[in-house]
Design a protein around this ligand. Structure first.
Ligand SMILES: NC(=O)c1ccc[n+]([C@@H]2O[C@H](COP(=O)([O-])OP(=O)(O)OC[C@H]3O[C@@H](n4cnc5c(N)ncnc54)[C@H](OP(=O)(O)O)[C@@H]3O)[C@@H](O)[C@H]2O)c1
Length: 333
């Protein structure tokens, strides 16, 4: 049995999901020969350490570690001082400077710890630097959950489409925008009414700019460009138009001609903009779903769809990445 000692950094929606998925799948993982132990959880109030593995029941219903943390260290210090094999980094995203996640990931990789993250910021800002750091230290950096949540995209390309040249990826990478456009289309809502509904349902943030202005989608386009196409793309290389100016009339006109309007991200074109999508196209998914069509030289076009967000869904992608680190064999020379 391979014991994997995990430090969880970030104790929000995704952090809670990771604890829950590790708990729920303990037996399944053990049957695969993996004993995943979350030995520490860190948030901005401190770190809870338990060398024997933290019982998620202990943290059930808690929003922060305040009053329960037994170490007064956070951030890089917590990553350094806790004896772990792997860091799961799930702090808030900032795609301008990447912090605090960027510092956390650099620290972990430099110390020879694997990293699995759902945090786009560090990868948008410094993808190639972080991959080099991982390689130099003989560890892996995995980030499936940063693009499309639970929708297997990067692992699908790396594992199942191996040998194919990926020619392009086009898709819907933001569930909030997809929800708003779907409701405008189906219910004839105005943009602001659909946005308010999404906010009331917790699908959109109070400040929705990150989603509706296409910033989140552009971040995902940068990650795909650098990881799948080996580019050195920056956020500023992406031409971005959001969905604020879409009207019910435009959606209706498109519908009458057999189309939907969707916010589409394109790689390697590095474009994010509302585009016409044929109603019968595999990209024509509704609600909060994400979708990606991968055009390849050998396999034609493969389309994958799934939930782009959610506590358990995102955690599922994270735990899959953790498992793949320990089950992927490297071919020796
Ligand atoms: N939620 C999803 O469905 C989803 C899907 C895909 C990707 N993601 C990405 O995954 C990451 C986590 O998302 P989330 O929804 O779980 O966010 P969240 O609910 O805001 O949780 C983030 C957690 O990190 C903590 N934190 C902030 N600064 C920290 C620091 N310096 N050290 C340690 N902890 C710190 C926050 O504490 P405070 O709240 O006290 O500040 C909070 O507990 C984000 O980067 C997000 O973009 C989320």
């Amino acid at each position: 049995m391979k014991e994997v000692r995990i430090s969880l950094v970030g104790f929000g929606i995704v952090g809670h999901g990771v604890l829950e998925v590790v708990r729920r799948k303990r037996e399944l993982l053990r049957n695969m020969g993996l004993d995943l132990k979350v030995v520490s959880v860190t948030d901005i109030t401190g770190t809870l350490l338990d060398e024997k593995g933290i019982d998620p029941e202990r943290l059930h219903g808690l929003k922060t570690l305040e009053g329960i943390a037994n170490l007064g260290i956070i951030g890089k210090e917590a990553i350094r001082d806790v004896d772990s094999d792997l860091v799961v980094e799930v702090t808030p995203t900032n795609i301008v400077h990447g912090q605090p996640g960027l510092g956390h990931i650099e620290e972990a990789l430099s110390l020879g710890k694997h990293v699995v993250t759902s945090n786009k910021g560090p990868l948008v800002v410094a993808f190639n630097h972080l991959q080099e750091l991982a390689q130099d230290n003989g560890v892996m950096l995995k980030y499936e959950a940063t693009v499309g949540g639970t929708m297997p995209l990067i692992s699908l390309i790396e594992k199942n489409l191996v040998g194919n040249e990926v020619l392009s990826i086009r898709g819907i990478f933001n569930g909030t925008c997809n929800y708003i456009l779907t409701r405008m289309m189906e219910e004839k809502y105005t943009y602001s009414y659909a946005l308010t509904e999404a906010q009331e349902l917790g699908i959109a943030e109070a400040d929705p700019a990150y989603d509706v202005d296409g910033i989140d989608t552009a971040g995902k386009v940068v990650i795909l460009a650098n990881s799948v196409f080996g580019m050195d793309a920056k956020y500023s290389d992406v031409a971005v138009t959001g969905i604020r100016d879409i009207t019910p009339e435009a959606l209706n006109l498109a519908w009458e001609r057999g189309y939907l309007i969707k916010l589409i991200g394109e790689v390697p074109a590095l474009k994010v903009k509302p585009m016409l999508v044929p109603r019968r196209s595999p990209l024509a998914v509704g609600g909060t779903l994400n979708v990606a069509s991968i055009e390849t030289d050998l396999s034609g076009t493969i389309t994958v769809t799934g939930l782009g967000a959610g506590s358990i869904e995102t955690a599922s992608a994270i735990v899959s990445d953790v498992v793949s680190i320990y089950t992927t064999r490297q071919i020796d020379d």
